[in-house]
Design a binder for this molecule. Structure first.
Ligand SMILES: Cc1cc2nc3c(=O)[nH]c(=O)nc-3n(C[C@H](O)[C@H](O)[C@H](O)COP(=O)(O)OP(=O)(O)OC[C@H]3O[C@@H](n4cnc5c(N)ncnc54)[C@H](O)[C@@H]3O)c2cc1C
Length: 285
Protein backbone atom coordinates (compact mmCIF):
# COMPACT_ATOMS: atom_id res chain seq x y z
CA UNK A 1 0.00 0.00 0.00
CA UNK A 2 0.98 3.62 -0.37
CA UNK A 3 0.63 6.27 2.34
CA UNK A 4 -2.15 8.86 2.35
CA UNK A 5 -1.03 12.18 0.82
CA UNK A 6 1.20 14.33 3.02
CA UNK A 7 3.46 17.36 2.79
CA UNK A 8 7.15 16.65 3.32
CA UNK A 9 9.69 18.93 5.03
CA UNK A 10 13.33 18.20 5.85
CA UNK A 11 14.52 21.18 7.89
CA UNK A 12 18.29 21.57 8.41
CA UNK A 13 18.09 22.97 11.96
CA UNK A 14 16.32 22.17 15.22
CA UNK A 15 14.70 25.61 15.32
CA UNK A 16 13.17 25.14 11.85
CA UNK A 17 11.91 21.69 12.84
CA UNK A 18 10.36 23.20 15.99
CA UNK A 19 8.75 25.94 13.89
CA UNK A 20 7.11 23.31 11.68
CA UNK A 21 5.90 21.33 14.69
CA UNK A 22 4.50 24.53 16.25
CA UNK A 23 2.67 25.32 13.01
CA UNK A 24 1.25 21.86 12.30
CA UNK A 25 1.04 20.33 15.81
CA UNK A 26 -1.05 17.18 15.94
CA UNK A 27 -1.21 16.88 12.14
CA UNK A 28 2.58 16.48 11.91
CA UNK A 29 4.73 13.37 12.39
CA UNK A 30 8.46 13.44 13.00
CA UNK A 31 10.31 11.09 10.64
CA UNK A 32 13.55 9.66 12.07
CA UNK A 33 14.73 6.19 10.98
CA UNK A 34 11.31 5.53 9.46
CA UNK A 35 11.44 1.84 10.40
CA UNK A 36 8.15 2.09 12.29
CA UNK A 37 6.57 5.27 10.94
CA UNK A 38 6.82 4.38 7.25
CA UNK A 39 5.17 0.93 7.59
CA UNK A 40 2.44 2.52 9.73
CA UNK A 41 1.87 5.18 7.06
CA UNK A 42 1.90 2.61 4.26
CA UNK A 43 -0.72 0.57 6.14
CA UNK A 44 -2.61 3.84 6.74
CA UNK A 45 -2.54 3.25 10.48
CA UNK A 46 -0.84 6.66 10.63
CA UNK A 47 -2.04 9.49 8.38
CA UNK A 48 -0.03 12.61 9.19
CA UNK A 49 -0.79 15.55 6.92
CA UNK A 50 2.77 16.80 7.38
CA UNK A 51 5.99 14.83 7.77
CA UNK A 52 8.94 16.58 9.42
CA UNK A 53 12.04 14.58 8.50
CA UNK A 54 14.78 15.27 11.06
CA UNK A 55 17.52 13.27 9.33
CA UNK A 56 19.12 16.40 7.87
CA UNK A 57 19.07 18.34 11.15
CA UNK A 58 22.68 19.10 12.03
CA UNK A 59 24.18 18.12 15.38
CA UNK A 60 21.36 15.88 16.56
CA UNK A 61 23.34 12.63 16.53
CA UNK A 62 25.98 13.43 19.13
CA UNK A 63 27.24 11.18 21.92
CA UNK A 64 28.55 13.14 24.92
CA UNK A 65 30.07 11.16 27.75
CA UNK A 66 30.32 13.17 30.96
CA UNK A 67 31.31 12.07 34.45
CA UNK A 68 27.71 11.55 35.61
CA UNK A 69 25.60 11.45 32.43
CA UNK A 70 25.74 10.11 28.89
CA UNK A 71 23.78 12.38 26.55
CA UNK A 72 22.87 10.99 23.12
CA UNK A 73 21.27 12.98 20.33
CA UNK A 74 17.89 11.80 19.06
CA UNK A 75 19.03 10.90 15.55
CA UNK A 76 22.02 8.79 16.63
CA UNK A 77 21.66 5.47 14.78
CA UNK A 78 21.50 2.29 16.79
CA UNK A 79 24.22 0.73 14.61
CA UNK A 80 26.62 3.56 15.54
CA UNK A 81 25.79 3.30 19.24
CA UNK A 82 26.26 -0.45 19.11
CA UNK A 83 29.85 0.06 17.93
CA UNK A 84 30.67 3.13 20.05
CA UNK A 85 33.78 2.34 22.11
CA UNK A 86 33.18 4.95 24.82
CA UNK A 87 29.63 3.76 25.38
CA UNK A 88 30.75 0.16 25.67
CA UNK A 89 32.97 1.29 28.52
CA UNK A 90 30.62 3.48 30.55
CA UNK A 91 27.16 2.12 29.69
CA UNK A 92 27.65 -1.39 28.28
CA UNK A 93 24.01 -2.32 28.83
CA UNK A 94 22.96 0.07 26.04
CA UNK A 95 24.98 -1.56 23.21
CA UNK A 96 24.08 -4.96 24.70
CA UNK A 97 20.36 -4.14 24.46
CA UNK A 98 20.75 -2.60 21.01
CA UNK A 99 22.17 -5.89 19.72
CA UNK A 100 18.76 -7.43 20.47
CA UNK A 101 16.86 -4.80 18.45
CA UNK A 102 15.77 -6.04 15.03
CA UNK A 103 18.49 -6.82 12.44
CA UNK A 104 21.67 -4.96 11.42
CA UNK A 105 19.97 -3.42 8.35
CA UNK A 106 17.19 -2.00 10.54
CA UNK A 107 19.65 -0.82 13.18
CA UNK A 108 21.51 1.09 10.44
CA UNK A 109 18.42 3.31 10.11
CA UNK A 110 16.69 3.15 13.49
CA UNK A 111 17.47 6.09 15.78
CA UNK A 112 17.61 6.14 19.56
CA UNK A 113 15.09 8.99 19.66
CA UNK A 114 12.75 7.09 17.34
CA UNK A 115 12.90 3.92 19.38
CA UNK A 116 12.15 5.83 22.60
CA UNK A 117 9.44 8.04 21.04
CA UNK A 118 7.71 5.07 19.42
CA UNK A 119 7.12 3.69 22.96
CA UNK A 120 6.39 0.12 21.98
CA UNK A 121 5.59 -1.60 25.32
CA UNK A 122 7.69 -4.60 24.22
CA UNK A 123 10.74 -2.65 23.07
CA UNK A 124 14.11 -3.04 24.76
CA UNK A 125 15.46 0.53 24.89
CA UNK A 126 12.61 2.15 26.84
CA UNK A 127 13.22 -0.49 29.54
CA UNK A 128 16.93 0.36 29.57
CA UNK A 129 16.09 4.05 29.95
CA UNK A 130 13.71 3.30 32.81
CA UNK A 131 16.00 0.91 34.67
CA UNK A 132 18.98 3.25 34.50
CA UNK A 133 16.93 6.24 35.69
CA UNK A 134 17.33 8.11 32.42
CA UNK A 135 15.33 10.97 30.99
CA UNK A 136 14.50 12.62 27.68
CA UNK A 137 14.89 16.20 26.59
CA UNK A 138 11.90 17.66 24.77
CA UNK A 139 12.11 20.97 22.94
CA UNK A 140 9.49 23.22 21.40
CA UNK A 141 9.26 26.88 20.45
CA UNK A 142 7.90 27.38 23.98
CA UNK A 143 11.11 26.11 25.61
CA UNK A 144 12.58 22.83 26.72
CA UNK A 145 11.99 20.34 29.50
CA UNK A 146 13.53 17.15 30.76
CA UNK A 147 11.16 14.28 31.50
CA UNK A 148 12.19 11.22 33.54
CA UNK A 149 11.51 7.93 31.78
CA UNK A 150 8.95 7.01 34.44
CA UNK A 151 6.80 10.00 33.43
CA UNK A 152 7.39 9.69 29.70
CA UNK A 153 5.87 6.31 28.78
CA UNK A 154 2.10 6.45 29.31
CA UNK A 155 0.51 3.53 27.44
CA UNK A 156 1.17 1.54 24.24
CA UNK A 157 2.76 3.92 21.70
CA UNK A 158 1.77 6.95 23.78
CA UNK A 159 4.12 9.27 25.64
CA UNK A 160 3.90 12.59 27.45
CA UNK A 161 5.52 14.35 24.47
CA UNK A 162 3.26 17.19 23.30
CA UNK A 163 2.48 17.43 19.57
CA UNK A 164 4.70 20.50 19.08
CA UNK A 165 7.68 18.96 20.91
CA UNK A 166 10.72 17.28 19.41
CA UNK A 167 12.66 14.76 21.43
CA UNK A 168 16.18 16.09 20.97
CA UNK A 169 18.29 13.93 23.28
CA UNK A 170 18.24 11.04 25.69
CA UNK A 171 20.22 11.06 28.96
CA UNK A 172 21.46 8.08 30.92
CA UNK A 173 23.02 8.53 34.37
CA UNK A 174 26.34 6.74 34.87
CA UNK A 175 28.90 6.40 37.62
CA UNK A 176 26.57 5.34 40.44
CA UNK A 177 28.30 1.99 40.85
CA UNK A 178 25.38 -0.01 39.44
CA UNK A 179 26.32 -2.76 37.00
CA UNK A 180 23.48 -3.36 34.53
CA UNK A 181 22.72 -6.52 32.61
CA UNK A 182 19.85 -7.29 30.26
CA UNK A 183 18.30 -10.32 28.65
CA UNK A 184 15.17 -11.18 26.72
CA UNK A 185 13.12 -13.89 25.09
CA UNK A 186 11.92 -13.24 21.54
CA UNK A 187 9.99 -15.65 19.37
CA UNK A 188 12.62 -15.33 16.71
CA UNK A 189 16.00 -13.69 16.24
CA UNK A 190 15.60 -9.98 15.52
CA UNK A 191 11.94 -9.85 16.50
CA UNK A 192 10.46 -7.76 19.26
CA UNK A 193 10.90 -9.53 22.59
CA UNK A 194 8.01 -11.21 24.33
CA UNK A 195 9.63 -10.06 27.57
CA UNK A 196 12.89 -8.26 28.22
CA UNK A 197 14.43 -7.44 31.59
CA UNK A 198 17.13 -4.96 32.60
CA UNK A 199 18.69 -5.36 36.03
CA UNK A 200 21.30 -3.20 37.77
CA UNK A 201 23.00 -4.17 41.00
CA UNK A 202 25.45 -2.34 43.24
CA UNK A 203 27.24 -4.57 45.66
CA UNK A 204 28.09 -3.35 49.15
CA UNK A 205 29.60 -4.77 52.32
CA UNK A 206 30.24 -8.56 52.47
CA UNK A 207 29.15 -8.91 48.84
CA UNK A 208 25.51 -8.13 49.61
CA UNK A 209 23.29 -6.04 47.36
CA UNK A 210 23.41 -2.39 48.41
CA UNK A 211 21.11 -1.14 45.63
CA UNK A 212 19.13 -2.73 42.80
CA UNK A 213 17.19 -1.23 39.91
CA UNK A 214 15.17 -3.28 37.45
CA UNK A 215 12.71 -2.72 34.62
CA UNK A 216 10.94 -4.95 32.14
CA UNK A 217 9.14 -4.63 28.85
CA UNK A 218 6.38 -6.91 27.58
CA UNK A 219 4.71 -7.31 30.96
CA UNK A 220 2.40 -4.26 30.99
CA UNK A 221 1.06 -1.54 28.71
CA UNK A 222 4.41 0.28 29.03
CA UNK A 223 7.88 -0.51 30.35
CA UNK A 224 7.69 -0.90 34.13
CA UNK A 225 10.07 -0.77 37.09
CA UNK A 226 10.15 -4.03 39.05
CA UNK A 227 10.01 -2.31 42.42
CA UNK A 228 9.05 -5.37 44.42
CA UNK A 229 12.11 -7.16 43.06
CA UNK A 230 14.32 -4.14 43.76
CA UNK A 231 13.15 -3.91 47.37
CA UNK A 232 13.53 -7.64 47.95
CA UNK A 233 17.09 -7.63 46.67
CA UNK A 234 18.41 -5.01 49.05
CA UNK A 235 20.78 -6.76 51.46
CA UNK A 236 20.52 -10.06 49.58
CA UNK A 237 23.42 -12.43 49.09
CA UNK A 238 23.27 -13.22 45.38
CA UNK A 239 25.81 -15.99 45.81
CA UNK A 240 23.03 -18.10 47.31
CA UNK A 241 20.92 -19.83 44.61
CA UNK A 242 17.93 -20.07 46.98
CA UNK A 243 17.99 -16.30 47.47
CA UNK A 244 18.09 -15.74 43.71
CA UNK A 245 15.23 -18.16 43.17
CA UNK A 246 13.07 -16.53 45.83
CA UNK A 247 13.73 -13.06 44.39
CA UNK A 248 12.85 -14.26 40.87
CA UNK A 249 9.63 -15.86 42.19
CA UNK A 250 8.53 -12.48 43.55
CA UNK A 251 9.46 -10.46 40.46
CA UNK A 252 6.11 -10.81 38.69
CA UNK A 253 3.85 -10.29 41.73
CA UNK A 254 1.26 -7.61 41.09
CA UNK A 255 1.80 -7.58 37.32
CA UNK A 256 -0.99 -8.44 34.91
CA UNK A 257 0.70 -8.75 31.53
CA UNK A 258 -1.43 -8.55 28.40
CA UNK A 259 -2.41 -11.58 26.31
CA UNK A 260 -1.52 -11.07 22.68
CA UNK A 261 -0.22 -12.90 19.63
CA UNK A 262 3.32 -13.06 21.02
CA UNK A 263 2.32 -14.63 24.34
CA UNK A 264 -0.28 -14.95 27.10
CA UNK A 265 -0.09 -13.18 30.45
CA UNK A 266 0.86 -16.26 32.49
CA UNK A 267 3.56 -17.20 29.99
CA UNK A 268 5.01 -13.68 30.21
CA UNK A 269 5.16 -13.88 34.01
CA UNK A 270 7.01 -17.20 33.75
CA UNK A 271 9.46 -15.67 31.25
CA UNK A 272 10.00 -12.71 33.55
CA UNK A 273 10.77 -15.09 36.40
CA UNK A 274 13.25 -17.10 34.32
CA UNK A 275 14.97 -13.98 32.95
CA UNK A 276 15.31 -12.42 36.40
CA UNK A 277 16.86 -15.60 37.79
CA UNK A 278 19.29 -15.75 34.86
CA UNK A 279 20.27 -12.10 35.34
CA UNK A 280 20.74 -12.55 39.08
CA UNK A 281 23.05 -15.46 38.36
CA UNK A 282 25.00 -13.17 35.99
CA UNK A 283 25.10 -10.43 38.61
CA UNK A 284 26.41 -12.90 41.21
CA UNK A 285 29.20 -13.93 38.86
C1 LIG B 1 11.57 -6.17 11.14
C2 LIG B 1 11.59 -5.21 12.29
C3 LIG B 1 12.01 -5.69 13.53
C4 LIG B 1 12.06 -4.83 14.61
N1 LIG B 1 12.47 -5.31 15.82
C5 LIG B 1 12.54 -4.50 16.87
C6 LIG B 1 13.00 -4.96 18.15
O1 LIG B 1 13.40 -6.11 18.29
N2 LIG B 1 13.01 -4.08 19.17
C7 LIG B 1 12.60 -2.77 19.04
O2 LIG B 1 12.62 -2.01 20.00
N3 LIG B 1 12.17 -2.29 17.85
C8 LIG B 1 12.14 -3.12 16.78
N4 LIG B 1 11.72 -2.64 15.58
C9 LIG B 1 11.27 -1.25 15.53
C10 LIG B 1 12.40 -0.33 15.02
O3 LIG B 1 13.53 -0.40 15.81
C11 LIG B 1 11.80 1.06 14.94
O4 LIG B 1 12.34 1.63 13.85
C12 LIG B 1 11.97 2.00 16.08
O5 LIG B 1 11.15 1.59 17.14
C13 LIG B 1 11.61 3.43 15.67
O6 LIG B 1 12.78 4.11 15.37
P1 LIG B 1 12.91 4.98 14.05
O7 LIG B 1 14.14 5.81 14.24
O8 LIG B 1 12.84 4.11 12.86
O9 LIG B 1 11.65 5.95 14.17
P2 LIG B 1 10.49 6.31 13.14
O10 LIG B 1 9.91 5.07 12.56
O11 LIG B 1 10.96 7.34 12.20
O12 LIG B 1 9.46 6.97 14.16
C14 LIG B 1 8.77 6.19 15.12
C15 LIG B 1 7.82 7.11 15.92
O13 LIG B 1 8.56 8.00 16.76
C16 LIG B 1 8.32 9.38 16.39
N5 LIG B 1 9.61 10.06 16.46
C17 LIG B 1 10.78 9.63 15.93
N6 LIG B 1 11.78 10.45 16.28
C18 LIG B 1 11.25 11.42 17.06
C19 LIG B 1 11.80 12.55 17.74
N7 LIG B 1 13.10 12.84 17.70
N8 LIG B 1 10.95 13.34 18.44
C20 LIG B 1 9.63 13.05 18.51
N9 LIG B 1 9.06 11.99 17.89
C21 LIG B 1 9.86 11.18 17.18
C22 LIG B 1 7.74 9.31 14.97
O14 LIG B 1 6.94 10.43 14.68
C23 LIG B 1 6.96 8.01 15.02
O15 LIG B 1 5.73 8.21 15.68
C24 LIG B 1 11.68 -3.47 14.47
C25 LIG B 1 11.29 -2.99 13.21
C26 LIG B 1 11.25 -3.83 12.13
C27 LIG B 1 10.83 -3.30 10.81
Amino acid sequence: MKPAPFTYHDPPTVSEALGLLAEHGGDAAVLAGGQSLIPLMNLRLARPGVVVDVNRVAGLDHVEIGSAVVRIGATARLADLERHEGLAEVLPVLPAAIRHVAHPQIRNRTTLGGSISHADPSAELPAVLLATGGRVRLESVRGSRRVPAGDFFLSPFRTSRRPDELLTSVEFPIGGGLRFLMDEVARREGGLPVVSVVLGVRTGARGRVAEARAAASGVADRPVRLRRLERGLTGADLGDPAVRRAAADRAGHGLEPPDDLRGGGAYRVSLLRALVERLLEGAAA
